[in-house]
Design a protein around this ligand. Structure first.
Ligand code: PRP
Ligand code: ADE
Length: 170
């Protein structure tokens, strides 16, 4: 079995010139690589007493549901605007290649629940910061944010420096 890094492909100038896009499709296409990624993410949690795994649309959803299954936890989607049907909390944020808004259902998390937030890539940290703000609307405990890949020069950790963070490539 090769390292996780082997299954991440770099695409130059996508979706805009100058961006080196980290494509996790090869990882998703290989069940052994996906299982290894999930095993490592689980092994690097401070504990496994997690009530909800929050996944961020769309690439965060893939492993977040597998993590939720392994942790016997519920899955909560954070979605782009206008996708969630019930009442939502909303948070604007900036991206490496644009800006957007994230939303979460107002009944998705109960007060005091222990939450893991998962996404595929930590780049500028704008998405992760917005997710933290949304989860904090519930007065829940964020146990960790975990990611498959980090783009260190974009310094995303700075935006979530109060949080516990784990990246697979660490
Ligand atoms: O750290 P940041 O600079 O905020 O960037 C990271 C985010 O960007 C990507 O999502 P994107 O918004 O491209 O959507 P997608 O998952 O639907 O492709 C990625 O999946 C992260 O969610
Ligand atoms: N360079 C990048 N590759 C993949 N996803 C991203 N999200 C933000 N920047 C990204």
């Amino acid at each position: 079995m090769k390292e996780i890094q082997h299954y991440i492909r770099e695409i130059n100038d996508f979706p805009k010139k100058g961006v080196v896009y980290k494509d996790i499709s090869p990882l998703l296409g290989n069940i052994e690589a996906m299982r290894l990624a999930v095993d490592k993410l689980i092994a690097n949690l401070p504990h496994q007493n997690i009530d909800k795994v929050v996944g961020i649309e769309s690439r965060g959803f893939f492993l977040a549901t597998l993590l939720a299954d392994r942790l016997n936890a519920g899955f909560v989607p954070i979605r782009k605007p206008g996708k969630l049907p019930y009442k939502t909390y909303q948070q604007k944020y900036d991206l490496e290649y644009g800006h957007d808004q994230l939303e979460i259902h107002q009944d998705a998390i109960q007060m005091g629940e222990k939450v893991l937030i998962h996404d595929d890539v930590l780049a500028t940290g704008g998405t992760a910061e917005a997710a933290v703000k949304l989860v904090n609307r519930f007065d829940a405990a964020i146990v960790q944010l975990n990611f498959i890949i980090e783009i260190p020069f974009l310094n995303g950790r700075e935006k979530i420096k109060k949080q516990q963070v784990f990246v697979l490539q660490d």
